[in-house]
Write a protein of this length. Structure first.
Length: 271
C-alpha cells in the first residue's frame, strides 16, 4: 500500500508538470533575439554604432529603427537606440527605448542608470509610491535575471526535483531518504519561484499597458473628447498606465497616485 508520503510526492510530481511545460514554452520567446543579434543584424548594428560614434545621431536612429522594424528585438539594440535619441535631445523617445530595453534585460545596471538619468531631464518629477519592503525585495530578486534565465533555472530545478523524488521513493537507506525528501522540498520551492518569476517577466513583455507621453504637454480630459473637463496637465517623458484601450483616438490613463483621465492617442506611445 502506498504510504501517505508517497501519495504527497506523487501529487507534487503531477502538480509541477505544468510549470515545467511553461518554462519550456516561454524560453522560445527570447531565442530569436540572440540569433538575430549574432547572425542576422551584425552589419546593420555596426553601421548604426559607427554613425553614433561619429556623432551622426539621426543616421544611427534611422539604422536602429530599421532593424527593429523587421520585428527583431534585443535589449542592447533598444539601449543603443535610447542613447542615440538622448544625444539627439529627444528625451521621451530615449525613455521609451530604455524602458523597452529594461523589459528584455531587467538586471542591466547601465540601462537602469540611463533611464533614471533621462527621467531627471523631464519636467514632471514623480515620487514613487510606498511599497511594502517585502514586495520590493521580491521584485528586486525577480529582476536579477532575465525571463530566459529564470526558465532555465525552473527546468533545472524540476529535473533535480524528479531525481530527489526518485531517491526518496526507491532508496531504503534512511539517510538517503531524508536527503531526498529535503532536496525535494528545496527544488520544489525553487522551481515554483523560478516559474513564477519567469511568468512575471513574460506578462510584462506581452501585456504592455504602460506608455510614455511624447507631446511637450498634454491636458487630460474627463471624457474622450476635447470638450471634456480639463483635469490635469502632464509633460513629455511622463510614464502612464493605459486603463482603457478600446478607442483608437483616445486612451484612458492612470497616474501613479491613481488619478485617471483621457488623453489623445497621438500624445503618447506604448512601451
Amino acid at each position: 500500500m502506498v504510504s501517505t508520503m508517497k501519495r504527497i510526492l506523487i501529487y507534487i510530481f503531477f502538480a509541477i508538470l505544468p510549470l515545467a511545460a511553461f518554462s519550456q514554452d516561454s524560453t522560445a520567446v527570447g531565442q530569436p533575439v540572440e540569433a538575430f543579434a549574432v547572425e542576422n543584424a551584425l552589419q546593420g548594428i555596426q553601421q548604426g554604432d559607427s554613425a553614433y560614434a561619429k556623432g551622426d545621431y539621426p543616421t544611427a536612429i534611422a539604422v536602429y529603427e530599421g532593424i527593429l522594424a523587421n520585428g527583431d528585438e534585443a535589449a542592447a539594440l533598444y539601449y543603443n537606440l535610447g542613447n542615440a535619441y538622448f544625444k539627439n535631445d529627444e528625451i521621451a523617445k530615449a525613455i521609451i527605448n530604455y524602458e523597452r530595453a529594461l523589459l528584455l534585460n531587467p538586471s542591466d545596471k547601465d540601462i537602469r542608470f540611463n533611464l533614471e538619468f533621462a527621467r531627471s531631464k523631464t519636467v514632471d518629477k514623480v515620487t514613487e509610491g510606498y511599497t511594502i519592503f517585502f514586495v520590493r525585495w521580491i521584485e528586486a530578486l525577480i529582476d536579477t535575471m532575465t525571463m530566459d534565465a529564470w526558465c532555465i533555472l525552473g527546468i533545472a530545478s524540476f529535473v533535480l526535483l524528479l531525481v530527489s523524488i526518485l531517491v526518496l521513493l526507491l532508496n531504503r537507506n534512511v539517510t538517503a531518504r531524508k536527503a531526498g525528501f529535503t532536496f525535494s522540498i528545496v527544488f520544489l520551492i525553487v522551481a515554483v519561484f523560478a516559474n513564477a518569476a519567469s511568468y512575471s517577466h513574460y506578462s510584462k513583455l506581452t501585456d504592455r499597458t504602460d506608455a510614455i507621453i511624447t507631446a511637450p504637454a498634454v491636458t487630460a480630459k474627463s471624457t474622450p473628447d476635447e470638450s471634456g473637463t480639463s483635469l490635469f496637465v502632464i509633460h513629455e517623458g511622463r510614464k502612464v498606465k493605459i486603463t482603457d484601450d478600446t478607442m483608437s483616438n483616445w486612451k484612458e490613463v492612470e497616474l501613479e497616485d491613481g488619478t485617471i483621465g483621457w488623453l489623445p492617442a497621438a500624445s503618447l506611445e506604448r512601451i
